[in-house]
Design a protein around this ligand. Structure first.
Ligand SMILES: Cc1cc2nc3c(=O)[nH]c(=O)nc-3n(C[C@H](O)[C@H](O)[C@H](O)COP(=O)(O)OP(=O)(O)OC[C@H]3O[C@@H](n4cnc5c(N)ncnc54)[C@H](O)[C@@H]3O)c2cc1C
Length: 405
């Protein structure tokens, strides 16, 4: 028999699941709220293995959810870090054109940024760029002074602390392995026994499609894992990068290209690339899961995506296998970087939703049916935007579930 019935169960203790639970705990203090996380710690996967950047929201179309949530989310993230004394720094970012044919891409970004209401941007000449990033080789750059860095594990832990103070429960080592309807709600089968829930919010990140499929929802979406591998600059060479140095991104692809990121702990990371992976939580190059690879390969969208992007995919794979190729990409931005300056650093894996027709979904996507809400696609900048995403999901839940405070 299931134990005590919960009103809302959030599946997934990454920054997005926690932000949703945080908002539920604030709006509905009388509801019995629980968050189930399969690991023994919070923020173990994407939320603890990212670049730690507080993005400003310049990359996204103004009509997109990404733009709307990121611009506001960045302000709120900075305010949250200040209020809770979480280390953060507004170090600024430069997006660097290293070839004249990238100038137009830079202009497009500037237009997008203006449309998204981001102020303080400046186009820098080569000399002006050198004043900010003395070792950077760009011909022209866009300076985004409001971009910053933080530690999203600490942010996630603070969300959890507030949820607990508001009366919500967080269960670790609780993996959801089954889902069935029961008395107008659901019974979750977990590794800690059964849990009855009236409403469920699926924030399972790399496994959000698996949970959605358990509930019989959208079979036309599949999460495809893209590993992001990093190197770290050895401390003696950390001075080569003052803040955040990014290339002009390829607008056809939802990733930003390898870049330099100064971390809040003072280290400088280089990366991440975006390598198609065959294990969702596979952080090593050799990680492989037969069942996960099989489920990826039998999805028709996979082959359509492969047909569209195989060139980029091969280039990313080559850069993953060849440090020389990785360094070559980095040297476009900072020519003084040598292979011996870089040591491997822990990788992350992005959960990227793919449609049956081979489209990599660029924007955030949430879907609801009955008593269930699925957070289907929340790639970068979802850590930055998490507080606003939490509110958006709670708004959806309010409308869909008819929740009353
Ligand atoms: C390499 C990389 C760099 C990035 N850089 C940035 C950046 O600089 N700035 C930024 O804003 N964003 C960045 N992002 C994006 C950001 O990290 C993610 O968008 C965000 O962390 C997603 O949070 P999440 O909670 O959805 O996912 P996750 O953090 O992956 O959390 C999902 C959780 O669900 C749990 N789970 C899965 N299945 C089950 C189950 N069956 N039962 C119970 N629990 C389950 C998992 O264990 C996990 O803890 C980056 C991402 C990556 C991978």
């Amino acid at each position: 028999m299931p134990d005590e019935r919960r009103d809302i169960v959030v599946i997934g203790g990454g920054i997005v699941g926690l932000a949703c639970a945080l908002e539920f705990s604030r709006r509905y203090p009388r509801l019995r709220l629980m968050l189930a996380e399969k690991e023994d710690r919070l923020a173990t996967h994407q939320s603890g293995r990212n670049s730690g950047v507080i993005h400003s929201g310049i990359y996204y179309r103004s009509t997109s959810l990404k733009a709307r949530t990121c611009v506001q989310g960045a302000k709120e993230m900075v305010a949250f870090c200040k209020e809770h004394e979480i280390p953060h720094q507004i170090c600024g970012k430069v997006i660097v054109a290293t070839k004249p044919d990238q100038f137009q891409g830079l202009e497009e970004l500037q237009k997008r940024a203006q449309a998204n209401g981001i102020s303080g941007l400046r186009v820098l000449s080569q000399e002006e760029l050198r004043e900010i990033e003395p070792h950077c080789a760009g011909l022209r750059a866009l300076h985004v002074p409001g971009a910053g860095i933080t530690d999203y594990v600490k942010v996630s832990e603070k969300y959890a602390q507030i949820i607990a103070q508001n009366g919500g429960q967080i269960w670790l080592q609780t993996k959801v392995i089954g889902l069935r309807t029961d008395q107008g709600g659901y019974v979750l089968e977990t590794t800690q026994g059964t849990i009855a829930a009236q409403y469920i919010v699926n924030c399972a990140g790399l496994y959000s499609d698996v949970i959605a499929h358990m509930a019989g929802a959208n079979r036309d979406l599949r999460i495809v894992p893209f590993r992001g591998e990093y190197y770290e600059l050895i401390p003696q060479r950390g001075h080569l990068v003052a803040g955040l140095i990014y290339p002009v991104p390829d607008p056809r692809f939802p990733f930003l290209g390898v870049h330099f990121t100064r971390r809040i702990n003072g280290h400088v990371d280089a990366g991440p690339n975006a390598v198609l992976a065959f294990k969702r939580e596979g952080y090593a190059k050799t990680d492989f899961s037969l069942s996960e690879a099989f489920s990826e390969l039998v999805f028709p969208g996979f082959w359509r995506m492969a047909a569209k992007y195989w060139r980029t995919g091969v280039a990313e794979l080559y850069r993953s296998c060849s440090k020389r190729a990785f360094v070559h990409a980095l040297r476009q931005l900072v020519p003084e970087v040598e292979s011996s300056d870089l040591v491997p650093a822990p990788a992350g894996v992005r959960a990227q939703a793919l449609e049956r027709d081979g489209t990599l979904i660029d924007d955030f996507r949430f879907e609801g049916s009955g008593n269930l809400l699925h957070v289907c696609n929340v790639p970068s900048p979802a850590a930055t935007a998490s507080l606003v995403i939490g509110r958006a999901v709670a708004d959806m839940a309010h409308a869909q579930f008819g929740l009353k405070s």
